[in-house]
Design a protein around this ligand. Sequence first.
Ligand SMILES: Nc1ncnc2c1ncn2[C@@H]1O[C@H](COP(=O)(O)OP(=O)(O)O)[C@@H](O)[C@H]1O
Ligand SMILES: [Mg+2]
Length: 282
Amino acid sequence: MAKIYAVIGTKGGTGKTSTTVNLGSILADMGKSVLLIDTDFAQALSKYFNIPFPANAGLTQLITRADPAGCISQTGFPRLDIILNDDSLGDKGGPVLSFLRQSSSHMIYLSLALQKLAEAYDYMFIDTQGASGLVQEAAILAADELISPVVPNYLDSTEFITGTVGLLRKLLPAPGMKTTIAGKPLAPCNVVINKMGRTRDAKNVVDHLRKEFDEAGDGLVRVLNTVIPDLAVYNKAAGASEAAHHFEPARPTYSPSAKETMVNLAYELQPKLTGTEPAWEV
Ligand SMILES: Nc1ncnc2c1ncn2[C@@H]1O[C@H](COP(=O)(O)OP(=O)(O)O)[C@@H](O)[C@H]1O
Ligand SMILES: [Mg+2]
């Protein structure tokens, strides 16, 4: 039974696509079968890998027909598959958004489509655009859990508290109901601090976020202990169409390597994996 994560946030550039790739890749290297789904019309995830033979169909068919058949492409890495975003018009009148606009039942087609793949994968990661909108909402409704990378500065953390959390509250089940229109509880949100620097300001922002959500304790948001440092390897790996931990498995002297960080992130999200070592061909 696949566990479905949506990687979300109402801001661009926080690391949603990087987290999708790096976390998906470390889980695949731990022997799990993983599906990445690109719902961002900017198609950054679709362009991340070099895919010589893409499937004939992609996100458009997945959402508008709730049918995953023929939509899955191979990334070239073992156990790591991808559904490409083939809707290049996107919010300028593309088929996906026109479809979702029709009614609230249309909003759960993505969820229905992914349920059909639940036995084929261990984990799914839905990458989303960094702005609130119907596609991001459909992804949240389809998910079992959410991951929201937050960069520890004042503007990004404020945008998380008002924008992302505001969006989640909007999607909560109606009063007296336990489930959303997708028939399951609203997915809880795991905040992962990304691009952590060594300044006092960054530390203050992280402390503030931890206080705000760990003490509020309404179960909607938790701030993970694992923190992703600000490291050139994440950007360099993207340029090489590689997972960060493949690109630089060695530990820099001043902070954990990408491998250590991604392993810890995987263990924290899925404690049952603790002790599972990733392995890959070089
Ligand atoms: N931990 C990190 N350290 C340094 N650069 C990062 C880190 N995470 C992401 N980046 C870089 O930041 C930019 C935005 O990341 P991306 O994953 O595309 O964000 P999003 O999908 O939220 O828009 C990219 O150039 C990426 O390589
Ligand atoms: Mg992105």
